[in-house]
Design a protein around this ligand. Structure first.
Ligand code: FAD
Length: 462
């Protein structure tokens, strides 16, 4: 028999339980009850996901698909079969063309992915074909970690403990003896967007492995000390590879070693947010804590102008501006700086977190609905065990602390390249003011902080 292996956000061959299940490699727990089969690797370019992905995720996806296609060909497959259109229709057609008896995939837990898979399952069912879901993009699938009373966690630290206690399987090696099906027409991997693509890291499973092994040797030991320093290459830069499933978190967890508890905890944040989104799919766009939905935000022309300055990295606060320019240039931003720029938009410019979250999703190569929406809600004080609303980041103090010599700021803001040391964080204090071409602060942090606190008090007191 032929089985389709439907790739989605798991663009790799190693540690891919759905591949084992499709090929029937006999690995226990991979659901391959029905014996060996030949595998047709498939990717469906779904306009619902493709259109809003933005140039950086679209370009990255295209490159990752090319890498997967090349890896498949090296293994004797005729390559990845790509179709464009609605998954229900395209998979139905592929099943009819190949006579496949099963379609295999990893489970998707996003709100859209889950609904799409239910629809596909039903439509395939009418053709007598099963959609078999094996594994997920997480070490522990969303929904599994629960409190004693069977309700989900809303607070990270107890989730982390229960998640670690739950445990996960060892990574699966890539199966060697897969028989690949081919002879099916592919409409080809789409072209990259012609504009708006930032400088992205190399895509694909091999690149992801290389990033991880280099980081494991050189950076991981110092992760806890350096992860908050925007000026140092202190973090793993694995987020985009995890986003596209070029490496599975289980592989990382198996190789981190016993001393890497901080790094493990960060991977657990990703799993926690996926779990929260699974239980509250509406929290992708709505307030997890409805009390804060009544918060007063600024709108209108003036607010739009401030928002545009924030997007462009022209707020006059260098640490904020460097972050926004890094986002535009690389489709990635350091985590500490993501928190600072998000806080600035919500608490200094008084704009709703959803607006900032949408901008991030347009530009981030690692853009992930769960981590992004809940990262924003955490900063805005309306999410899971959030930073209390009244803890408002001071963009200058954050810069001085996490970019102590100003190197990060100078890397992204050419106008400030002539300013030495930490003075770069307060260019308005330089004799003669900010260097030519760089703006004065568009708002006064101390004043806006007071405004935010007053609005917070109003919403609390109803
Ligand atoms: P490392 O520090 O090396 O961490 C390793 C991995 O752990 C990351 O790759 C990521 O998968 C996970 N991780 C680390 N920190 C977090 C966190 N706070 N929340 C969830 N997972 C985490 N991350 C995304 O992957 N996609 C997003 O769209 C996204 N949006 C964010 C928006 C805001 C406002 C904030 C504050 C954070 C957001 N994050 C997002 C989380 C975090 O900033 C990135 O995962 C991290 O910066 C990626 O860099 P890294 O791979 O070097 O991380």
């Amino acid at each position: 028999p032929v089985r389709l292996l439907w790739f989605r956000r798991d663009l790799r061959l190693a540690d891919n339980p759905a591949l084992h299940a499709a090929a029937g490699t006999g690995v226990p727990g991979t659901g391959d009850g029905s014996g060996p089969a030949s595998v047709l690797p498939v990717f469906v370019v779904d306009p619902v996901l493709w259109e809003p992905a933005g140039p950086s995720r679209r370009a990255y996806l295209v490159r990752s698909l090319h890498a997967l296609d090349a890896a498949l060909r090296e293994r004797g497959s005729g390559g990845l079969v790509v179709r464009r259109g609605e998954p229900v229709a395209e998979l139905g057609r592929l099943v009819a063309e190949t006579g496949a008896d099963e379609v295999h995939a990893a489970a998707d837990f996003g709100p859209y992915g889950r609904a799409r898979d239910e629809e596909v399952e039903q439509a395939l069912g009418e053709q007598g074909v099963a959609l078999v879901r094996t594994g997920s993009p997480y070490a522990v699938a969303p929904g599994r970690v629960r409190k004693q009373d069977d309700t989900p966690y809303r607070v990270f630290t107890p989730f982390l403990r229960a998640w670690a206690d739950h445990g996960w399987r060892a990574p699966l090696p890539e199966p060697k003896d897969v028989v690949w099906a081919d002879g099916v027409k592919s409409s080809g991997i789409p072209a990259e967007p012609r504009s708006g693509v930032p400088a992205l890291p190399t895509a694909g499973e091999a690149a992801a492995r290389a990033v991880w092994s280099a980081y494991r040797k050189k950076g991981l030991q110092r992760y806890a000390e350096t992860r908050d320093r925007a000026d140092l290459p202190g973090t793993s830069h694995l987020s985009v590879h995890l986003r596209f499933g070029e490496v599975h978190p289980r592989t990382l967890l198996a190789e981190v070693g016993p001393d890497a508890s901080t790094f493990r905890a960060e991977l657990a944040w990703r799993e926690f947010y996926a779990d929260v989104l699974h239980h509250h799919p509406e929290s992708a766009r709505e307030y997890l804590n409805p009390q804060l939905a009544g918060m007063q935000y600024d709108t209108g022309q003036d607010a739009d102008a401030l928002f545009a300055a924030w997007q462009a990295g022209r707020t006059g606060y260098p640490f904020v501006d460097a972050g926004m320019r890094q986002l535009a240039a690389e489709g990635w931003m350091h985590n500490r700086v993501r928190m600072v720029v998000a806080s600035f938009l919500v608490k200094d410019l008084h704009q709703e977190w959803t607006r900032g979250a949408r901008h991030f999703m347009n530009l981030l190569a690692d853009g992930d609905l769960a981590s992004n929406s809940h990262g924003w809600q955490w900063v805005a004080g309306c999410g899971t065990d959030a930073a209390p609303y009244f803890r408002i980041f001071n963009p200058v103090a954050q810069g001085r602390k996490f970019d102590p010599d100003g190197d990060y700021v100078r890397r992204y803001i050419p106008e400030l390249q002539g300013v030495a040391g930490a003075a770069v964080h307060e260019p308005w204090k330089l004799p003669g003011g900010p260097p030519k071409g760089y703006p004065k602060p568009i708002v006064d942090h101390a004043e806006e902080r007071a405004v935010s606190l007053a609005r917070y008090k109003a919403v609390r007191e109803g």
